[in-house]
Design a protein around this ligand. Structure first.
Ligand SMILES: [Fe+2]
Ligand SMILES: [Fe+2]
Length: 318
């Protein structure tokens, strides 16, 4: 069959909301777009463990420590599901990890900001995981089957992350003056980077139109950002905290909140590697890759031995 026909059949299947599976024919650009998106997503999960891991030993109580440990472990799991999903498209996990430590692969720019106080753990759960959920709920219906299925489980865990963060924010905002100030300071620092997580405005986003046509994305960056703002404002009000945006105002006509302009220069600076913690994050990943090599080698040797043993047993039975 010629490529044009295959393309047409492919698009008809997408338009009928059928899932595309690993062995189905797909345009090369669809495959490459997905590998890029899924691997960036996987890297974000893994790098996202670092700013929070920073607080595991300093969590204010055993209960908080247990919840944070569970959350950080979940993020590792998300990374694993997603690297596996990328592998179904023919990508090699070792190449993807190499791109991350070479600094040639992107990951969510939000994780290049530092976690200065315990309130940051609250703000990250509430806002960063909250923004991730907006994005990921849509991805449960993405057109590529293995990605969509991975996202279903991930979303369940993300909602736990969001709640544990919001609960930290409730405790702090109902606490002493200092605790309330700490919560406000965390909101001030994480609010704008959280809005940037949805990516550039629609008219600036070079991949959006094609990704929407292929139903990889089901909502645009600006639609998701607006939904996030609309959901977060009443949550901030409940906490008695102020969102750091003088233009934030309910717009009766639109039925949405209006909000101020995003500092895209800051966003691009961080994306290009000049954020406060970019170098530190990559260095941490590189160190863990190098120091964890022996674990990988031991696991591979064990897998080989087990395979050999079961083969030996089969030959014995035969
Ligand atoms: Fe996650
Ligand atoms: Fe999460």
């Amino acid at each position: 069959m010629i490529e044009k026909d295959l393309n047409q059949i492919f698009q008809t299947r997408i338009d009928a909301d059928e899932k595309i599976e690993a062995r189905d024919w797909m345009p090369e650009k669809y495959r490459q777009t997905l590998i890029r998106q899924i691997s960036q997503h996987a890297h974000s999960e893994v790098v996202g463990m670092l700013p929070e891991g920073n607080w595991i030993t300093r969590a204010p109580s055993l209960r908080r420590k247990v919840a944070l440990l569970a959350k950080v472990q979940d993020e590792a799991g998300h990374g694993l599901y997603l690297y596996s999903a990328a592998e179904t498209l023919g990508a090699k996990r070792s190449d993807l990890l190499q791109q991350l430590i070479d600094g040639t692969a992107k990951y969510s720019s939000i994780f290049n900001y530092p976690t200065l106080t315990w309130a940051d753990i609250g703000a990250i759960g509430w806002l960063v995981d909250g923004a991730a959920i907006m994005n990921q709920v849509m991805l449960c219906r993405t057109s590529y089957g293995p990605y969509a299925r991975a996202m279903v489980r991930i979303c369940k865990e993300e909602s736990f992350h969001q709640r544990q963060g919001y609960e930290i924010m409730i405790a702090l905002s109902q606490g002493s003056e200092e605790q309330k100030a700490m919560a406000q300071d965390a909101l001030n620092r994480w609010w704008w980077p959280s809005l940037m997580m949805f990516g550039p405005n629609d008219d600036e986003s070079k991949h959006t139109a094609q990704s929407m046509a292929w139903r990889i994305k089901r909502k645009t960056n600006d639609e998701l950002r607006q939904a996030f703002v609309d959901a977060s404002v009443p949550q901030a009000e409940y906490l008695g905290l102020t969102i750091p945006d003088e233009y934030l105002k309910w717009n009766e006509e639109r039925g949405h909140y209006d909000f101020g302009p995003i500092d895209w220069d800051e966003f691009w600076q961080v994306v290009k590697g000049y954020g406060p913690c970019n170098a530190e994050r990559i260095a941490a990943r590189r160190k863990s890759q190098e120091e964890g090599k022996w674990v990988q080698e031991a696991a591979m040797a064990y897998a080989r031995k087990r395979k050999q043993r079961s083969q030996d047993q089969k030959t014995k039975v035969a």
